[in-house]
Design a binder for this molecule. Structure first.
Ligand SMILES: Nc1ncnc2c1ncn2[C@@H]1O[C@H](COP(=O)(O)OP(=O)(O)O)[C@@H](O)[C@H]1O
Ligand SMILES: [Mg+2]
Length: 296
């Protein structure tokens, strides 16, 4: 068994290939919690199998197969336009919001295909939260209202809102900074605090997975480190997939990395592996060139 989480990116055909060797992570590697890989024969975490994406006729992503083991952090890296954000949106059924979009392949969540006809897309988006590049707290809401907005919009009853508020802000690493100003506007916070507020807001729905799309690209270095601490802390109890352009960030926060690339055609997954391997001993020359900053 190899210790690669990668996958077949060589199939030229349009038909998605389902690769049997996806998720062949050994249990003796250094990643935290990788023993959770299989429970009762079911693959835990998230797994994409032969996934494609289109925007109208534009084939944006081709034949991506990768497993994100439970309670690990995976960094998605690669130049702009290679399909990282598109892939992230496929992982929680946000892609289908985009008019004329289409997809093929399977995404398994704890072993179940989240695109199966009986699965409720809203439920998936509740269980797999997302945080975007630009902090986007609801502008007319206080800090407290922002955090509790998710359950309110989802019409989920919250037994004890004060407890949930404190729990989410604590997990997002923001509680100490805002506990005395919960009624201040969310937009009054600094950029880094706003991003942690958005993480707290996502946590209020108790997601099992958090998808982060370049969450630090609008932040200063100090705020970036603070958000990274939050990500590492959260990964003790949840699966995290983070798109980042920052190679230092990928090496600081992620257990695994996945390198995407487009050669003018659809984006493909070139290689995925333990982050230490991706940076020290990548298998593909294009990965080596990218992580060493020679392009992108
Ligand atoms: N909403 C959209 N409509 C049409 N094309 C899109 C849309 N979003 C992304 N694309 C295209 O899909 C490809 C992948 O984009 P994206 O996933 O945003 O890449 P990345 O996040 O790696 O920069 C690009 O060619 C981009 O132009
Ligand atoms: Mg993007």
């Amino acid at each position: 068994m190899s210790d690669s989480i990668s996958t077949d990116s060589t199939t030229e055909s349009f038909v998605p290939s389902i690769t049997p060797n996806v998720a062949s992570v050994t249990t003796e590697h250094t990643s935290r919690n990788a023993e959770n890989l299989e429970v009762n024969g079911t693959t835990t975490g998230l797994e994409a199998r032969g996934v494609h994406a289109w925007f109208d006729k534009h084939h944006a992503l081709e034949d991506v197969s990768i497993h994100f083991p439970q309670n690990t952090v995976t960094g998605l890296i690669g130049p702009s336009g290679c399909g990282k954000s598109t892939f992230l949106r496929l992982l929680n059924r946000m892609h289908e919001f985009i008019p004329k979009s289409a997809m093929a392949g399977e995404v398994l969540f704890n072993g179940e295909d989240m695109y199966a006809s009986h699965v409720n897309a809203t439920d998936i988006r509740t269980r797999i939260g997302m945080v975007f590049q630009k902090p986007n707290p609801f502008p007319a809401m206080t800090i407290g209202e922002n955090v509790l907005a998710g359950p309110k919009l989802a019409k989920k009853k919250v037994e004890n809102p004060d407890d949930l508020l404190e729990e989410c802000l604590t997990r997002a690493g923001l509680w100490k900074e805002v506990k005395d100003r919960l009624k201040a506007q969310g937009s009054s916070l600094s950029g880094g605090q706003q991003q942690r507020l958005c993480i707290a807001r996502a946590l209020a729905l108790k997601p099992e997975v958090l998808l982060l799309d370049e969450p630090c690209s609008a932040l200063d270095p100090g705020s970036t480190l603070r958000v990274e601490e939050t990500i590492v802390q959260l990964s003790q109890s949840m699966t995290i997939v983070i798109v980042t352009h920052n190679m230092q960030q990928a090496s600081r926060v992620s257990d695994y990395c996945a390198f995407f690339l487009s050669d003018g055609g659809p984006g493909r997954l070139i290689e995925a592996d333990l982050t230490t391997n991706m940076f020290s001993n990548p298998k593909d020359e294009r990965t080596a060139n990218y992580v060493q900053g020679r392009f992108g």
